[in-house]
Ligand binder design. Sequence first.
Ligand SMILES: [Mn+2]
Length: 302
Amino acid sequence: MYDIIGDVHGQAEKLEALLRKLGYREQRGVWRHPTRKLISVGDLVDRGPQQKRSVDMVRAMHEAGEALVIMGNHEFNAVAWATPDENGEPLRPHSPHRFEQHEAFLREAEPNPDWYRSTLDWFKTLPLYLELPELRVTHACWHEPSKAVIDAHTDTDGALLADAWQRAARKGHELYDAIEVMSKGWEIPLPEGYSFIDEGKHERYHIRTQWWRDDSRLYRDIALGVDDGSNLPDGEVPGAALPGYDHAKPLFLGHYWMKGEPCLQSSRIACVDWSAGKEGPMVAYRFDGEDELSNDKFVWTR
Ligand SMILES: [Mn+2]
């Protein structure tokens, strides 16, 4: 069956340690397991010390048929950074904040233009989600209406069509919104006058949410990544706040920089991003086809 791994963010050494612990061995440059396949939820790049090595490891597995890989928001952004719009401006504007987010990758990619080009070409082949008979994988949020929009702009392997990148990066286009939801999650604006400072020391006016929850609509319950909840409104999110999850199949996510000991978000939702890109562990969920997920199937290395 499948071992689903979280965001790598340039931490190739942590990934190697995890693969070894899971029983994978490197053979002629490709990590393999005798009976299992790997699934990556995306976000191989940005932040960490080994950008190229992280990409090459997972790409070699992908090309050898040992891994399935989806695109995270960081791979999407890497392509948009390097792709011009119809006026020759980058699809992702090169602001100082965005440069800072992408700097570790650019520092390794720009001196290796052939590798850079080839890596972006590979990123462009990656689907934005996976739906297999026994499980689903998305980077941040499973949302059927957004999935339907993405399907209208992708090929049969799930890769965005070559001419869809312009639409994908255009604010206000339905494809832009759909990719925002699936790969960045269900974010909601804070009411006028509210903001918080994230770990990157940037002021934020939107919160990431535990979009799958149906038991609370309080800002302080559903917010993710806000260390001090007292900065948030003491009340409920207005309107039909969260999309919820139908729980039809087990679902695996990355993206959320979770903290503490890896655990399930529900009996059918497992986030496998526990901040390996910072000081957290690299985490996998060992999936064997079970309908109900279990906390004791998380495996991790620090
Ligand atoms: Mn990430």
